[in-house]
Ligand binder design. Structure first.
Ligand code: GLU
Length: 511
């Protein structure tokens, strides 16, 4: 079997969309599984769409995600350079080969002439309104001009493009590993520009030439490139490289969570979730977008989530480490239909991965948030807090965000609860509870329970009903980690102080 060589070939036209990370991931998984090579090629031939910083962004995103590149930009390798703008002479050479063999031609038509052609065809109600087999002989190109006219024009520095001479009425077939057989009649394809007047190749030429030269075995890319695939097949045919043609696998689209249409940045912005792996400020508009990394997603959780957007193992197992993904992944198990992008599921994965960490590891997250807030905390206390909260967090920053009350006594209390439940019974109970708390040695759960029982006994109020008011007094909110753990972490003095403060500041419900 052919050596597996796959490539991720993004264009540096802005931040990498999260779908790009999925494409890179699937390429990477196949490469690792098959002992193959993962290549990073930067497709930057479209100068108009070039965005400064985008290439660096792509590299940093891949690095953060843990998708390692074996060969390519930033790595080097036997087929360097891997940045297409640095490979211009190569594309020239191959375009010339196509011309010499009669598969491509120079075209000198100006924008106005092209427009005139389209107008004329429209008036004639021609079904074929493109520059192709039906129209090319009426245009200004090296098929209609004499050889001396052509060289005269070129020597005079007249602008030209090189177009592929697409044969009329030929069946082009390709067997996509995901989509199955795709068949197109060549007459539907226009004579695509291969070399632009600025001397740069178009995406199609550069992509095919490079895949060939870099000995790519599988082209795994987004479905938006499927319509280009027959043209690429035609290019392989025109070059006589059919035997070396890679296998194609076009990945399903990422859809909105409800399955209604393609997931766009606007949808993500509206729903308040990231669409880019890292923070990004668009240099053209200054628009800022928060990344998955900065939102607290763990790379391994994100990869697990992305792996399942289009692929599934055929079993119930959902948690897959990258190692397991490498083992289980297969192109055959990628679905054709679009994959619904459900951010809740991404959060669920993040939660699962956080949960699987040791409390010591989790403590680092809390301590780093605290350092930013200039709050000091003994490691043992941080450990206890993380232990108490580990089942309830989805993101590393949640330890601080949802656990602030461990460090800052509440000054406001959830009114939706206090307005209904904070009555004279509560005050009586908590008052007594303070007295009993004072008598216990430690704040271990069993001692607190004893204090609660005693309070219940002396006040004749069942402690069950008092748990929520107690929680409100200690944390300000109506939900959170285990109350016994909270009291233990706060300690006796702090607990008493907070209850006292709550008693004096929360208005008692009278009716
Ligand atoms: N440069 C293309 C992109 O930006 C690559 C498509 C392909 O993989 O062939 O997605």
């Amino acid at each position: 079997m052919k050596e597996v060589r796959v490539r991720f070939a993004p264009s540096p036209t802005g931040a990498l969309h999260i779908g790009g990370i999925r494409t890179a991931l699937y390429n990477y998984l196949l490469a690792r599984q098959q002992g193959g090579t993962m290549i990073l090629r930067i497709e930057d031939t479209d100068q108009n769409r070039f965005v400064p910083g985008a290439e660096e962004y792509i590299l940093e995103s891949l690095q953060w995600a843990g998708i390692e590149i074996d060969e390519g930009v930033s790595k080097g390798g036997p087929h360097a350079p891997y940045r297409q703008s640095e490979r211009k002479p190569l594309y020239q050479k191959y375009a010339q080969q196509l011309i010499a063999e009669g598969n491509a031609y120079y075209a000198f038509d100006t924008e106005a002439e092209l427009e005139a052609m389209r107008e004329r065809l429209k008036h004639q109600h021609s079904s074929d309104q493109q520059y192709g087999s039906g129209t090319r002989m009426q245009m200004k190109n090296s098929l209609t001009l004499s050889a001396s006219e052509v060289s005269q024009k070129i020597n005079a520095g007249e602008q030209y493009v090189i177009r592929l001479k697409v044969p009329a009425n030929e069946e082009i077939k390709l067997n996509d590993l995901i989509r199955g057989e795709v068949q197109v009649n060549s007459s539907t394809i226009d004579d695509k520009v291969l070399m632009k007047s600025d001397g740069m190749p178009t995406y199609h030429l550069a992509n095919v030439v490079d895949d060939y030269l870099m000995k790519i075995s599988h082209v795994i890319r987004g479905e938006e490139w499927l319509p280009s695939a027959p043209l690429h097949v035609l290019l392989y045919r025109s070059f006589g490289w059919e035997k070396e043609m890679p296998r194609f696998a076009h990945l399903p689209l990422l859809l909105k969570a409800d399955g209604n249409g393609k997931l766009s940045k606007r949808d993500a912005d509206k729903a308040g979730f990231p669409i880019f792996p890292l923070n990004w400020t668009d240099p053209r508009t200054n628009e800022f977008s928060k990344g998955f990394r900065e939102s607290g997603y763990l790379p391994e959780a994100l990869l697990n989530f992305l792996a399942f957007l289009g692929w599934n193992p055929g079993t119930e197992q959902e948690i897959f480490s990258v190692k397991e993904l490498i083992h289980s992944f297969s192109l055959e198990r990628i679905a054709r239909h679009g994959a619904k992008f459900d951010i809740q599921k991404a959060q669920w994965y993040n939660q699962q991965y956080l949960k699987s960490k040791t409390s010591e590891e989790l403590t680092k997250y809390l301590l780093s948030s605290l350092a930013q807030e200039n709050i000091s905390c003994m490691p043992e206390k941080a450990l206890k807090i993380c232990d108490a909260m580990r089942e309830r967090v989805s993101f590393p920053q949640d330890f601080w965000e949802h656990g602030k009350f461990f460090f800052i006594a509440p000054s406001v209390f959830d009114q939706s609860v206090t307005s209904k439940k904070w009555n004279s019974e509560v005050v009586k109970f908590l008052d007594q509870f303070i007295s009993h708390l004072k008598t216990i040695e430690t704040t271990a759960a069993n001692e607190i329970k004893i204090a609660l029982e005693k309070t219940s006994h002396t006040t004749s109020i069942s402690s069950g009903k008092m748990m929520q008011p107690l929680r409100i007094a200690l944390t300000g909110g109506a939900s959170g980690p285990d109350l016994m753990a909270i009291i233990d972490i706060l300690g006796k003095e702090e607990t008493i102080q907070r209850i006292q403060y709550a008693i004096t500041s929360i208005p008692v419900k009278t009716t």
